[in-house]
Design a protein around this ligand. Structure first.
Ligand code: SF4
Length: 353
């Protein structure tokens, strides 16, 4: 059996050559691309202005959708968390976050995550595999189809460390941002990283208008070491220098994501140092109370969040307190997938002789 290629991995020249080899006129390429990127087609049968013969030849050689919905949990403000199944049976999470002016899709870039931060469900079990660019794009299109319109923003903050799957991510974002394809403004894309220095440098060299968010969570190397295992941990100085280069190269403000963890990174000293980093990078701080995945790390009280916020402001830190959206729907990144896997394992164990 031959494995069919995903057509979104073949758009542009490869597809043009395929059409030529199948005796098709050049304008068919544009028609197919319109179906894929503007109508979010998941089946060649939907492409009604193509001949039946061409549709069936496409069907023979390609697939045009790589995700199917296994579960969709709806939370406050019509936040939606999707558990999507890939063609090989692996699962990922995609989230729709709604506000008055925006419909933002948070996409995953890997199945599992090799970084394995202490506070994150996505890293439990490590990396299974990278997502293809088509699998990243298809998450966005799945949400567009679900809500019946084009979304306004994409944040790359789901399962996985985006900068450890950079080639596929860049290809996906180029397709999403290209006006010939999906046409999302580059400034409407945010990429979040735990601090993968070579990846930040590569993005800086590209000088795209994508926004960078650094998941900081600790202002000193010894504290960071408690949250991020050694393998993918760069020194804080290297990370901050790379972020400064990104700011310089792109002119775009970097955001510092800071998950407040009770008794671990919420002292006055932490606030002072965090404000200092934000001033140094001219960066905005997004403060969020930890959404705990175990008893080892706890969520601070609302009063502690307010106190930390005041301390940041006293030191001229620019801070926004983010609501933990979707807490009612297993909001922490990777939790839904993790629970589902555990349930499946329990079922397997109880059915074993
Ligand atoms: S926080 Fe990000 S980098 Fe760390 S384990 Fe979770 S997904 Fe991976």
């Amino acid at each position: 059996m031959t494995t069919r290629l995903h057509i979104k991995d073949q758009v542009g020249e490869p597809l043009e050559r395929w059409l030529e080899a199948h005796g098709q006129k050049a304008f068919r390429l544009k028609q197919i691309e319109q179906w894929l990127y503007q109508h979010w087609a998941t089946d060649f049968a939907e492409m009604r202005n193509l001949s039946t013969e061409l549709r069936s030849e496409l069907e023979n050689d390609f697939t045009c959708n790589s995700v199917t919905q296994t579960e969709c949990l709806k939370g406050a403000g019509d936040t939606r968390k999707y558990l999507l199944t890939l063609e090989d049976g692996e699962t990922i999470e995609t989230v729709l976050i709604r506000s008055a002016r925006r419909e933002t899709v948070c996409v995953s870039t890997q199945v599992g995550c090799p970084v394995q931060c202490a506070f994150c469900a996505s890293g439990r079990g490590g990396l299974v595999r990278n997502l293809t660019s088509a699998e990243i794009v298809d998450q966005v299109f799945h949400v567009c189809r679900d809500i019946g319109r084009k979304i306004t923003n994409v944040v790359v903050m789901g399962i996985g460390e985006p900068l450890l799957n950079l080639t596929n991510l860049i290809k996906a974002l180029e397709q999403l941002c290209d006006s010939r394809y999906f046409g999302l403004g580059a400034r409407r894309v945010t990429i979040s990283t735990s601090g993968i220095v070579p990846g930040i440098q590569k993005l800086a060299d590209m000088r795209q208008q994508w926004k960078l968010a650094l998941s900081l969570h600790a202002t000193r190397d010894e504290l960071r070491a408690q949250f991020i295992p050694r393998r993918y941990r760069y020194s804080l100085e290297q990370v901050l220098d790379a972020c400064a280069d990104y700011r310089e190269a792109t002119g775009r403000m970097v955001t510092l994501e800071y998950a407040l963890i009770a008794g671990r990174n919420d002292s006055r000293r932490d606030a002072t140092e965090l404000a200092e980093i934000s001033r140094r990078l001219d960066a905005k701080i997004n403060l969020i109370a930890l959404n705990p995945i175990s008893d080892a790390l706890a969520r601070p009280t609302d009063d502690d969040v307010k106190r930390f916020c005041r301390q940041l402001e006293d030191h001229n830190g620019r801070v926004t307190v983010r609501l933990s959206r979707g807490e009612d729907i297993q909001g922490a990144c990777g939790q839904l997938r993790h629970h589902r896997k555990r349930k499946e394992a329990d079922v397997r164990c109880s059915s074993e002789p």
